[in-house]
Design a protein around this ligand. Structure first.
Ligand SMILES: [Zn+2]
Length: 159
């Protein structure tokens, strides 16, 4: 089936459906093709615009143009610096570092700190639990201890 753009001598444009170009020529010669507006049978066939060819030519260009754009956008997103850390996040990270570098001695903290201070055991970073009285006693003996409030959320993951 052929769809032809046709026009009569009065300038009326219309579409004609024909089995083939030959069928159109035959019907035109027989005066069977007439303008639906004015009935004119002096019909000319217009060159149909190559719409489909234009569409096909554009499609690959869009694909090749969009492919590098997608790749560059995904790689640049990984280079985007992380959002500024919140004070809570900074504190959590600091605590994690301390925890990673220290040995957990639990409630033996006061004993271990005292042993290290008096050279009974090797100096190392330790952490643990101490009562306020134990902490005060250690400080009185010149043993440097530092209270480290650990965020509850981090505590739960450790225990
Ligand atoms: Zn007409």
């Amino acid at each position: 089936m052929k769809v032809l753009d046709l026009r009569c001598t009065h300038g009326h444009g219309f579409e004609g459906w024909f089995a083939s170009n030959e069928a159109f020529e035959t019907q035109l010669a027989s005066g069977l093709v007439e303008c639906p507006v004015c009935g004119d049978t002096a019909i000319v066939k217009l060159l149909s615009a190559p719409r489909l060819n234009l569409g096909n030519a554009k499609a690959p260009q869009q694909e090749t143009a969009s492919a590098p754009a997608a790749a560059s956008s995904s790689s640049s997103s990984s280079n985007v610096p992380a959002a500024p850390m919140s004070p809570e996040a900074r504190w959590m990270r600091a605590v994690r570092e301390v925890l990673a570098k220290t040995e957990d001695v639990g409630d033996r903290f006061a004993d271990e700190a005292r042993k290290m201070h008096y050279g009974e055991t090797q100096e190392r970073g330790i952490r643990g639990q101490a009562t306020p009285e134990q902490t005060e006693a250690l400080l009185d003996e010149g043993i440097a201890v530092m209270p480290l409030p650990i965020p509850a959320a981090l505590k739960e993951t450790l225990q």
